[in-house]
Structures are given as structure tokens and as C-alpha cells.
Write a protein that binds this ligand. Structure first.
Ligand SMILES: [Zn+2]
Length: 453
């Protein structure tokens, strides 16, 4: 049996995840994500799909990060009528995230004279086609294909997608968690596949502070207290915000750091946090037990979710020390930018970077040590401390990625290395060849591969 695998996004770049497996008798997409470069009006997002959405039978979704789901409503708008399948948690989280992304994209589209990428009707259309399933449930698709999802440990509900046909199979990793979330179990190692579509976001990185991250966070908080400033943490609304709320709550409950206001300045993060509480079955066992007993692990007296813009603005004039969590995680939009205008010029304050920063994003430039940035047309000097704490990254580092491939390497005929900037992908590709002796390639966007599947 022969199938063709097309790499339509997330190849040669981190974002825009979109793969098509064509078995001849069925067409299955894995992910339909947004391309996220420095320009929100990224032309590729508006260009027509390189296939006819009407002819697609299935769309399998790995997880709810926008670079994996952001073009799904557009796909529906262009005629997709197949089945969308993901875990239950991914389905729950998708609607608020797609609606939030829609607002950002619509206002950006206006600025660059484009039609909106999609509207609310398209989101609802997508939700109608969407089915939530459990990990390890075997779901027959078409043309002899069977689907099974495995826990990827990356964010709540994240899954690896295994598609098998007869005795042969392919695994799409989506993004893989580094096993360092305080809330989620580590990722699984599904074996018995001949092909692997492997993420490589951190393919050329080795991280240090994996084991002592709570202590490292404690140090950053204490340093901010000593200087009386603001600790500003740009954080993605999904997973990292909840991980950090939980960690800060633990530090305060255990009196490891002094009590001080903790502002979670993101209406979206509030919605997502509420959704997390509805899915205790996805958490590590000790947390699941606490949730099932009714404990709200994200609530403590110091924590305040701010909804209105007025309340958000007041945070900056309230006295320190204080902690502010706000999106977006890469500082390329959202409420965090208004806080950055106050925090960056203040030598008493600290900006703490906790996640992946795409090349060219404001977050990335701040890590690289720029001394001046432009935010909303104003020149802002950077005088605050800029710290990075990668122990909370939702991704595996290069060593862990190689180890993951090593665990399932037996019988693998080819590893397609994707979801990475070119240097990350080429480094991981080379290391898989050198250390594991497996065949590995880093496909470019638009490439296709013939599979014996
Ligand atoms: Zn992700």
C-alpha cells in the first residue's frame, strides 16, 4: 500500500502546522495552524490552501496552540465538511482560543486592508464538526486507517497522532512536553511505527535549570521583593499561565516568598483556567485527586484575575512589589505590551521570560539584550532586569528530543524533522543520523514523501 505525505506547514519553520496524509482512498489532515511570523498579516495565512478543503475527510488536531489550530475556521469557511477529531480537553479549549485569535487577526487584517481570516460563524461551524475522544481510543477512519491519540505532555489535552494501516503506521508528535510541568504527566512513547513526523522546536538547545526551577522562580520573586519592583511574566494563556499560577500559589502557601498581589491580567487566561478545572482526568495523579476533591488549585487570596481594561491599567500604578502575568507569551501583542511600557524602563523591576520566543519577536530581542525597543510607536529604554527561566518551557530540549526518538527508533524507516527553525531542524536531523543511525530528513514546505503505508 502506498500513501503520500505532504508537508504544507510547520516544515522548515516552527509555525503553520499542516500535514496531509493521502492514502489514495482518504485524505487526512493533521493540524491546520496559523503561520506566526513577526507580521500578524502573514500572507500565507490568507492564501488559498494547497488542496481543496472540500475533498478532505478528516482533520486530526494535536493540541490547541494557535500555530496548530489557527486556520481551522478558515478551512471550514473554504468548504471543509469532514470530521475534526482531538482529545476532549483540546475540543473544550479550542473555542475560546479561536475566538480570541479571531479578534487579534481581525483588527490586524483591518490595518493591512485584508478581509478577516474567519468570523464567529466559521468557529461555530468548526465546533459542530469537532469530536472529542480519549487517549488510546482506537478510531477507524477511512481506507483502512485507524487513529489513536497518545499523551504528548505538552499542554492540557495535547496528543501525538498515530495513524496505522494494517501492520504499518506513522506517528505525528505535535509538540512534546519536557516532563517538567507541575500539572501534567510526561509524554508517552508510542512504538510500532515506521514513520515519525518529529518536532524540533528546541532541536539545537540544551537546557540547564530543569530540576530546580521552583527554587529559581523563588529567587526571581525574592529579588523583585528586595527591589520593590514589578515582576512581569509574559505568559501564554494556556498551560504556562496555569503552571505558573500553581507554582506561585505553592510558594506563597508554603511561605517561601512573601505575600504580594499576583495579577493575572488576561480574560482569556481566566476562561482557560476555568476550562482546565473541568478536565481533572488530564492531570498528574496527585493533582487529579486534589481537583476531584473540589480544591481549586489556581485560587489563592493574593491572586486577582483582571477583566476590564480599566482594571488592567490600574495595575501599573499600584505600588510594588507585585507579580503580573499577562499575554501574549512572546510580547507580540496583548495586554503585556502596556505593562512592558512601564516595567522595561524601571531598574527596580524584572521581566521574566519563561517560554519559547520566535525569532524577531519582542521577547526574543529582549533575551538577546536589546537596550531600546519600540512599543506602540514609542521608544522604550530597557533598564529592568531581563531573566529567562526555561525550566517552565512546555517543550523538550534537544537532548530529550533525541532520547524520545531513541526510545521508538526500532523499526523506524524515516524520521521527518519538522516544527523547527532551520538550524534546530538540521541539528536534530544530523544527531538522529549520527547517534541513532536512523534515516532522517528535514522536509521543506510544499515537499511530499511517498510512504509504504
Ligand atoms: Zn505547542
Amino acid at each position: 500500500m502506498n500513501s503520500t505525505l505532504h508537508f504544507f506547514g510547520g516544515a522548515g519553520t516552527v509555525t503553520g502546522s499542516n500535514f496531509l496524509l493521502d492514502t489514495g482512498g482518504s485524505k487526512t489532515l493533521v493540524d491546520c495552524g496559523l503561520f506566526q511570523s513577526t507580521h500578524a498579516c502573514e500572507e500565507t495565512n490568507w492564501s488559498v490552501f494547497p488542496y481543496d478543503p472540500k475533498t478532505i475527510d478528516f482533520l486530526i488536531v494535536t493540541h490547541v496552540h494557535i500555530d496548530h489550530i489557527g486556520r481551522i475556521p478558515r478551512l471550514v469557511r473554504e468548504g471543509f465538511k469532514g470530521r475534526i477529531i482531538s482529545t476532549d480537553a483540546t475540543k473544550t479549549l479550542a473555542r475560546p482560543l479561536l475566538l480570541d485569535s479571531m479578534e487579534i487577526l481581525t483588527s490586524e487584517a483591518r490595518r493591512c486592508n485584508r478581509e478577516p481570516l474567519y468570523d464567529e460563524k466559521d468557529v461555530e461551524g468548526a465546533m459542530k464538526l469537532w469530536e472529542g475522544v480519549s487517549y488510546h481510543q482506537k478510531i477507524p477512519l477511512l481506507d483502512g486507517l485507524t487513529l489513536e491519540l497518545y499523551d504528548a505532555g505538552h499542554i492540557l489535552g495535547s496528543a501525538m497522532v498515530k495513524l496505522t494501516r494494517g501492520e504499518r503506521g506513522i506517528l505525528f508528535t505535535g509538540d512534546l512536553g519536557g516532563g517538567n510541568s507541575p500539572l501534567l504527566p510526561p509524554c508517552e512513547s508510542p512504538s510500532g511505527v515506521q514513520y515519525l513526523v518529529m518536532e524540533s522546536v528546541y532541536g539545537n538547545t540544551t537546557r540547564k535549570e530543569q530540576n530546580n526551577r521552583r527554587e529559581a522562580l523563588e529567587d526571581v520573586v525574592e529579588d523583585t521583593v528586595a527591589r520593590g519592583g514589578t515582576l512581569l511574566i509574559p505568559a501564554f494563556s494556556t498551560e504556562r499561565t496555569q503552571d505558573l499560577i500553581f507554582e506561585i500559589r505553592t510558594l506563597m502557601v508554603e511561605k517561601k516568598v512573601p505575600s504580594m498581589p499576583v495579577y493575572i491580567d488576561s480574560p482569556l487566561a481566566q476562561k482557560i483556567t476555568e476550562a482546565f478545572l473541568k478536565h481533572p482526568e488530564y492531570f498528574v495523579a496527585p493533582i487529579r485527586v486534589r481537583l476531584e476533591k473540589g480544591e481549586n488549585i489556581f485560587s489563592f487570596p493574593e491572586a486577582q484575575f483582571t477583566e476590564s481594561v480599566a482594571a488592567s491599567t490600574q495595575i501599573d500604578t499600584s505600588p510594588g512589589p507585585k507579580i503580573v502575568l499577562a499575554g501574549s507569551g512572546m510580547s507580540n501583542g496583548g495586554r503585556v505590551r502596556a505593562h512592558e511600557m512601564h516595567v522595561l524602563p524601571d531598574p527596580k523591576s524584572t521581566l521574566l521570560i519563561v517560554g519559547y520566543q520566535v525569532a524577531g519577536s519582542l521577547g526574543r530581542r529582549l533575551i538577546e539584550g536589546v537596550k531600546n525597543v519600540k512599543i506602540q510607536g514609542s521608544d522604550i529604554p530597557v533598564r529592568c532586569k531581563v531573566e529567562a527561566l526555561y525550566g517552565y518551557s512546555a517543550h523538550m530540549d534537544g537532548e530529550a528530543l533525541l532520547e524520545f526518538v531513541g526510545k521508538i527508533a526500532r523499526g523506524l524507516e524515516n524520521v521527518f524533522v519538522v516544527h523547527g527553525e532551520p538550524l534546530s531542524s538540521s541539528t536534530l536531523t544530523q544527531r538522529i543520523r549520527d547517534y541513532l543511525g536512523n534515516r532522517a530528513t528535514a522536509p521543506e514546505i510544499g515537499e511530499k514523501a511517498m510512504l509504504n503505508l
